[in-house]
Design a protein. Structure first.
Length: 78
């Protein structure tokens, strides 16, 4: 896939992850999150960072799947 097409997938996913980060952490305090009946062993900033990359990965997969499904057979087989 050409660089321009990758950027058309990565950039919107980055922006969506940023918006999702703002929306989620406007309502949730990172220290209220628990994993296996225990508090997460990270600072607030660490939780924000980890969550951003998780959100970015999910939105990136969604955008990439949309781009893949939008390609013609000739583009896929090149």
């Amino acid at each position: 896939m050409p660089t321009g097409k990758w950027m058309a997938v990565v950039w919107p996913a980055f922006l969506a992850a940023g918006v999702l980060e703002i929306v989620v952490f406007a309502f949730i305090d990172p220290h209220d999150l628990h994993w296996h009946d225990g508090a997460l062993p990270l600072s607030r900033q660490g939780i924000y960072t980890l969550a951003f990359f998780v959100f970015w990965g999910v939105t990136l997969a969604s955008s990439a799947l949309t781009a893949l499904l939008n390609m013609s057979a000739a583009e896929v087989n090149d």
